[in-house]
Ligand binder design. Structure first.
Ligand code: BG6
Length: 498
């Protein structure tokens, strides 16, 4: 994550150099035959190749159990890129393909790992990134095998281990996994991924707050009434029924993506925008988060509706499943800045639309000097991650005319309108960071554990609750979630621009 200050649009100043070429390395992807690799990792590496960020001698080494070879991996990668890359270009592909190599092997045992070792030596790669794009149950075996083979250090270069989410299944398993990982690797070598941290608006949150003077003085319980965070998805479990049965919405997105965004909103200004300072500040937020009281959370599950089947009818899902596909909860950050400001957070599958946004609802002015038929609405700052990534500020303005009459106005910034280039995919940013050695957008061991502590009461609640509240697919979620806010005199903001 390189922060470059760019000249204003229309300025004759040359922009600063954009391309940081990452050090030469071998990027080893365990589980290269899987979905994550096809949809995200290969397209991200291909984009970094196209933008000149990959060193000319960097290799991408796919590792998997399938009986493939270099050629099969290249064929597979080509079709994955044709489907998932932002732009597929024949000439760029022809220079990317030779970087790809394949090693067949198991995640445990030594035969495959020895072949991998041999190939890395043959390629002369002493800087190595190992990426776990495998099912989470394989992480412990993989970490142990890497360590047994002496892969945790390389004599002349550096070694980094990238661990995909979910990191553990609950606090206990996360602590155990952390113990295993840090017994074999140094913490500074470990990159725990949460791709939401690399979304442009998530990164822009720090810039908005700490590189401007207008927002930060308002950023507290003095002026903010409450915060709403919404991550709705129109898709269901998309063939991942079996995984989702184990995970549910709390483990899938609350423990990681949503809590990370909350921490970026609530954290104190770090002394420097680098891994240690930022992560210290985020951990303090999680430590200040109290338990969610039973009445402050609603769990839901989608049922048949709008021509779509219900969760229990999905492949791999138990016919009587009690797994939550929706949750809404009220969190608190109990410190000087945020005491008394509720953070309402909700997410669900098979909702009306896909939208991710953070809305800061300001307090109403202490005194209105105008004679108005109704009280003016409170100002609202929205940070939108999907769709139309950007920021908007809603405020009251005078309607032209002799009387004082108010209407809502909107000051809007969208990346698409302001910048010509498309935003990089979050994985492009993250994979580049793992090569450059910048861990700011990755989670530290204590951070992951603190996040599990925050969601533990929600997980307990799920275990105890007889049934989640049903909501028809394609709607806004269970009405019980509306009541959660109504009790406190607030209303959910309808997600989406406008
Ligand atoms: C993943 C979850 O981490 O994030 C998925 O496992 C979810 O269930 C996805 O759909 C959402 O990511 P994005 O970037 O599409 O908003």
């Amino acid at each position: 994550m390189t922060i470059l200050e760019r000249p204003a649009a229309g300025s004759s100043e040359e922009p600063a150099a954009e391309n940081e070429v990452a050090p030469r390395c071998a990027y080893v992807i365990f589980g290269v035959t899987g979905d994550l690799s096809s949809r995200k990792l290969l397209p991200a590496l291909y984009a970094l190749h196209g933008s000149g960020h990959l060193h000319a001698d960097t290799n991408i080494v796919g590792y998997g159990r399938s009986d493939w070879n270099d050629e099969v991996l290249r064929e597979h990668a080509e079709s994955a890129l044709r489907m998932h890359a932002r732009d597929f270009d024949k000439s760029s592909w022809s220079t990317f393909a030779p970087r790809l190599r394949y090693v067949r092997g198991d995640y445990g045992g030594t035969a495959g790992m020895s072949r991998l070792q041999q190939l890395l030596v043959e390629l002369g790669q002493s800087n190595r990134v190992y990426y776990t794009a495998t099912p989470p149950t394989t992480y412990p075996t993989l970490v142990e095998s890497l360590s047994e083979m002496g892969f945790q250090s390389s004599q002349e270069g550096w070694t980094r281990l990238v661990i995909e989410k979910p990191f553990g299944h609950d606090l206990e398993s996360a602590v155990e996994l952390n113990r295993l990982v840090t017994r074999n690797f140094d913490e500074h070598q470990v990159y725990r991924i949460d791709h939401y941290l690399a979304k442009e608006t998530a990164q822009n949150l720090a810039v908005l707050r700490f590189a401007n003077t207008v927002f930060e003085p308002l950023w507290s319980n003095r002026y903010i009434d409450h915060v709403q965070m919404t991550m709705t998805e129109s898709v269901g479990v998309e063939g991942r029924g079996e995984f989702y049965e184990q995970s549910g919405v709390i483990r899938d997105v609350f423990q990681n993506h949503l809590l990370q965004l909350l921490a970026l909103v609530a954290m104190e200004p770090p002394a420097r925008y680098e891994a240690t300072s930022v992560r210290n500040e985020k951990v303090k937020v999680f430590e200040a988060m109290g338990c969610v009281a039973p009445g402050d959370a609603v769990l839901g599950q989608y049922v048949e509706g709008n021509g779509m089947s219900g969760y229990r009818e999905e492949e791999g899902v138990d016919g009587g499943s009690r797994q939550a596909t929706y949750a809404a909860a009220r969190f608190e950050v109990q410190n000087w800045r945020w005491s008394g400001v509720p953070f309402f957070v909700r997410s669900g599958k098979r909702l009306e639309s896909k939208a991710t946004e953070i809305v800061l609802h300001f307090k109403t002015p202490p005194h209105i000097p105008f004679a108005l038929p109704v009280e003016p609405r409170a100002d609202r700052l929205t940070l939108r991650l999907t769709p139309d990534e950007g920021i908007d500020l809603r405020f009251n303005t005078k309607v032209p005319g002799q009387d004082i009459d108010l209407e809502r106005a909107n000051m809007e910034f969208t990346y698409a309108q302001r910048f010509e280039r498309p935003n990089p995919d979050a994985y492009e940013t993250l994979l580049l960071d793992t090569m450059v050695g910048d861990a700011t957008l990755f989670m530290r061991s204590d951070e992951v554990e603190a996040q599990w502590r925050v969601v533990a009461p929600l997980l307990d609640r799920q275990d105890q609750e007889a049934q989640p509240c049903p909501y028809p697919a394609g709607t806004l979620g269970p009405p019980e979630a509306d009541r959660l806010l109504e009790r406190l005199g607030r209303r959910w903001h309808r997600p989406g621009p406008g």
